[in-house]
Write a protein that binds this ligand. Sequence first.
Ligand code: MG
Length: 365
Amino acid sequence: MRIARAQTFELRIPFTDGSSGLGLMPTAWTHLDMVLLRLETEDGLVGWGDGFAYGCRSATHAALRDMVLPQVLGAEVTNPAEFMRTLQQRLHLQGRFGITSFALSAVDIALWDLAAKARDTSVAALLCAQAGTTARTRLPAYASLVRYGDPALVDRFTRKACDEGYACIKLHEIELAAIEAGRAAAPAPIRLVTDVNCNWTPDQAETLMVEMHRMGLYWVEEPIYPPDAAEALGRLQSRHRVSIASGENAATVEGFAAIAKTIDFLQPSVTKVGGISEFVSVCELASAHGKRVMPHSPYFGPGYWATAHLMAARPECELFEMLYIEPQDWLDSRIPLPRHGELSLPDGPGLGFEPDPALLERHAA
Ligand SMILES: [Mg+2]
């Protein structure tokens, strides 16, 4: 397929989450920033991509527009993974992770959407055909709560998520009292997790991991900085007998080589890691090391849909991450949202993502 046209969209969609808006981001987090890519082949097929853009929307867009797309327009693509490896090599001096990888991820996702549509099949079915797997139709999800920093709010939203049928709840709390409030609101057998976003010092981690073991957390995510300190993470995991998860900020399968040896859960993020191609490679790596994949997917554009297709096709993937917020609009109202802690994948060709043009206009940044 020859790529004939490309169009990019910078979007900013307001959301509510019941929190103070402070915590996870350097400033109050009130909008979902997105960079979407629409690729069109000379035959008129359309594929959608998604590059990570929280806190970096303009940068991701500029990298896509100025560095990456000039290498894509006019290209004849038969195999997305091979094409993207070539592109990574051509652009490696601009960086092999971060912004460059976010922009490359958008292209890769759009190419997989196109490749599946060209065969009149879903991305999940195409991935299954390549891997020799059978697609799952029901995908277990967990509620990924924002950081409230207030035990009363943690209690309220944890109970709400449990009432909705989630069997696993992720907090983004870093203080013991807030995590304890989550455990009290979600007792076993509900699984509880906390995502520290690298905020504990090594000393704090040593103390708090004792408590995480006492409370039986299913995993602790990115407890310390840097999140790729494979040996230190492995030591925390084995010393405290609590699984460690990390990898949302790693790019390409090479970024996972060290942590795949030391921690239980790998967390590729399809809009960051290099798209579907690199995510698949991370699944293969996880398999080789007997590890599980817990995809990072706190977004609602094509990246959300791509993660669902990957989960359906790859048995290494265990739980789908559903960011527990309420966006003002869903770009595609058919988005497969979890019901009773599970989501069902639509059957259509490609990713299935078709945004409402009026919403692309309304939320243009
Ligand atoms: Mg995380």
